[in-house]
Design a protein. Structure first.
Lengths: 483, 168
């Protein structure tokens, strides 16, 4: 029963293998270096992540076959591969942003946990078996629980970590129960084989909906969709800002990958059943996220509610169940990851100097640091969905897919929500550009890692909105895998 | 009723009664002891299902390690040893109804569709499941990746636990 390992199997898990080697490097240097040198662990991690992206792009691109490897545990296809690169990019930026954070940038544990979490995400993106899926979700979440509570002396951070852990454990338990019922009644853990059983009518409809809802609890928690969103504002507010950025982007993107893959492979024969459920979740998520964001005074809480709302927009593309819809969703996730990472990066820079995350701390930011103000303008306009930034084109895509699927009401709700969103994003920009503050002479220094990260992200946001075709093509290739 | 059936019935009743006592006993220490009893019952049911290895693991891991750890934690916590306060909050009726609903629903669905109809993967031999399991865990065509990921997960948990519990 022993099969042999061939090159294609190794290439399929190339990023994971290299991530593990990177973890080994960080581990050793953390031991060898003293405290004054440990900041360089950030350079090692960020450099390592980007090196992994480059090597994977050169060697590890998936072929045209089905890509099932390692006994059907993993699927080496473009959907997984594109997301793997996205997570690695997110981790690169997060490592850069973490370097100059006090009590965090000089700790080897932070980078190790970041690497392990990223490793879990890359496996989530390519899992094609329930066992693999569950293990990779846990391997992603467990380091994140600790990262959210990384400031042990800070009550808010500890609360954030603990809250995230309790919510996550509960959601994960319900999801696991759903998995076990699914396995028990279909007799297989393979995602494609489950689809076969459902297609043949081998599942009781009540059971089908039941397991679907249970699994959606777990995925909904990861993407912070209503009604599983309660953790998000408190955790984002309390967690270290860089960790909140990572949670709201890479972790959420990972949740979307498994959601898209499980719904469109295993539950594809029952798409009529889940389409309505997901449409309602999408509507609630957009509306609640946007309306609650209006009242926020704290920028991290505002971004948390905005990130909830964006999960709703991304779900529109999934609900459309078409190649265009999934393409739109994937493209949206790419743009959202880059934009929101930049948003949390700026919050981290400003928070370090002003020591406050209130929106009023941003008064006169454009005078204190014009470049930071400009980056903020680009980021918030992109989040609001303004041309020529990335946020515009992806909103058009998901809304177009809803119209094409004859879901006019959903497209209407989406447009209405974009208008509400525009209002609170512009209010933040009003603080940045129009309000004055008494310490306008105090500059806000941007250290080198922050500068590199923010420049890359800001250019990225503009490139995503102006040069559309390469990103659109990648998303289309990834979406084609499912149809 | 065959001998197997009556054995199953006995162990099922033992498991259920002790599981019920786990959540209704006021003394946490007694609850932990009842939990051990429940886990033993489950192990016995595994034996009836010919899953000897699983039964042994159940005893070693759950009873040998987890339950003992729980008892240690309880004994080290003074306040818990002298219980006070109620063990149910006001939501217990809803929770009980939900549980009963879930149970009845699953029973009805099982009887309708027949969970036994699904073909189980054939395993050879009577007592050789251990070596087959071992091979499956490291075979590239089976579970080697999940097996390795579990070790990465545990390593991450280890680092996290040390970080959280370490004093400055």
């Amino acid at each position: 029963m022993f099969g042999s390992i061939n090159t294609s199997m190794i290439l399929a898990i190339l990023p994971e293998i290299m991530l593990f080697i990177l973890a080994g490097f960080v581990f050793v240097f953390d031991l060898v270096w003293d405290d004054s040198q440990r900041r360089n662990l950030g350079w090692i991690s960020a450099g390592g992540f980007s090196l992994i992206i480059m090597i994977s792009l050169m060697l590890g691109t998936p072929g045209s076959d089905s890509g099932l490897v390692w006994g059907g545990m993993l699927r080496h296809d473009w959907l997984g591969f594109a997301f793997k690169m996205l997570f690695l990019f997110g981790a690169t930026i997060t490592a850069l942003f973490a370097m100059d954070v006090e009590d965090l940038g000089k700790k080897g544990e932070f980078y190790l946990l970041l690497i392990f979490s990223t490793l879990g995400m890359t496996l989530m993106a390519s899992s094609s078996n329930l066992i693999m899926l569950y293990l990779s979700i846990e391997a992603t979440s467990l380091p994140l629980y600790i990262l959210a509570g990384f400031f042990k002396d800070d009550d808010k951070s500890t609360e954030a970590g603990f809250k995230y852990f309790l919510f996550g454990a509960m959601a994960s338990a319900i999801m696991l129960y759903g998995f076990s019922l699914l396995y028990g009644f279909s007799g297989t853990t393979d995602l494609d084989a489950i689809a076969g059983v459902i297609k043949a009518g081998g599942m009781n409809p009540v059971l089908l909906v039941g397991t679907l809802l249970m699994i959606l609890v777990g995925f909904g928690f990861k993407i912070s969709a209503v009604p599983f969103h309660f953790w998000a504002p408190d955790v984002y507010e309390g967690a270290p800002t860089v960790v909140a950025g990572f949670l709201s982007t890479a972790s959420k993107a990972a949740g979307f990958t498994v959601l898209i893959r499980v719904l469109l492979t295993s539950y594809a024969p029952a798409s009529d059943t889940w389409m309505m459920v997901l449409a309602i979740i999408s509507t609630l998520t957009m509306t609640l996220g946007n309306t609650l964001a209006l009242a926020q005074k704290n920028i991290k809480r505002l971004l948390a509610y905005s990130s909830i709302a964006h999960a709703g927009y991304i779900l529109i593309g999934v609900v459309a169940i078409s190649e265009l819809g999934i393409t739109g969703s994937i493209f949206y996730i790419i743009v959202y990851l880059i934009t929101n990472l930049a948003a949390f990066g700026i919050v981290s820079v400003v928070g370090r100097i002003t020591g406050s995350d209130e929106i009023s701390a941003y008064d006169g930011l454009s005078r204190r640091s014009p470049w930071l103000g400009l980056a903020m303008l680009v980021v918030f306009l992109s989040l609001a969905g303004m041309p020529p930034f990335g946020g515009f084109i992806v909103k058009v895509l998901v809304l177009a897919s809803a119209v094409k699927a004859k879901l006019f009401w959903l497209a209407f709700v989406g447009i209405l929500n974009s208008i509400i969103g525009l209002y609170y994003y512009l209010i933040v920009l009003k603080h940045v550009y129009l309000y004055r503050s008494e310490n306008e002479q105090v500059e806000i220094p941007v250290t080198r890692p922050y500068a590199i990260g923010l420049i890359v992200l800001t250019i990225g946001i503009i490139l995503l909105g102006v040069v559309i075709s390469p990103w659109f093509n990648v998303s289309t290739i990834a979406a084609k895998v499912l149809f | 009723m065959t001998g197997m059936d009556s054995l199953f019935l006995i162990f099922a009743v033992i498991t259920l009664i002790s599981a019920f006592l786990v959540v209704t006993t006021k003394n946490l220490f007694h609850a932990a002891l009842w939990l051990i009893m429940t886990l033993f019952g489950v192990a016995a049911i595994y034996v009836l299902l010919n899953a000897f290895y699983l039964a042994v693991i159940q005893v070693i891991v759950y009873i040998g390690a987890i339950a003992i750890l729980m008892i240690f934690a309880i004994m080290l916590t003074q306040r818990v040893m002298n219980p006070s306060g109620r063990i149910f909050n006001k939501n217990w009726i809803i929770a009980a109804l939900l549980g009963a609903f879930m149970f009845i629903g699953l029973v009805i669905i099982s009887m309708q569709t027949g969970a036994s109809k699904t073909t189980l993967p054939q395993i050879s031999g009577q007592l050789d499941t251990v070596s087959e399991l071992g091979q499956a865990l490291v075979s590239p065509n089976a579970y080697v990746i999940p097996f390795e990921v579990a070790s990465v997960l545990l390593l991450a948990a280890l680092i996290g636990a040390i970080f959280v519990s370490r004093k400055r």
